[in-house]
Design a protein around this ligand. Structure first.
Ligand SMILES: [Zn+2]
Length: 61
């Protein structure tokens, strides 16, 4: 089964609330994944507006 992703910030979330943005809207409709270990040093993370380390989906619908 595919993991769910926060619709707002694209973080993979296990519980009912996103620990990153506190959002509670999720989707299973995502494509690709990327793991950020050092968001502060990552150009891609900055482009995606990612502020916390973790695993994110690249695209969601
Ligand atoms: Zn979120």
């Amino acid at each position: 089964m595919k993991k769910k992703v926060c619709k707002k910030c694209k973080l993979f979330v296990e519980g009912e609330v996103c620990p990153n943005c506190k959002g509670n809207a999720f989707t299973n409709n995502w494509n690709g994944r990327i793991h950020f270990l050092k968001v502060k040093e990552s150009m891609i993370a900055r482009k995606m507006n990612v502020e916390h380390n973790g695993e994110y989906a690249i695209k969601i619908r």
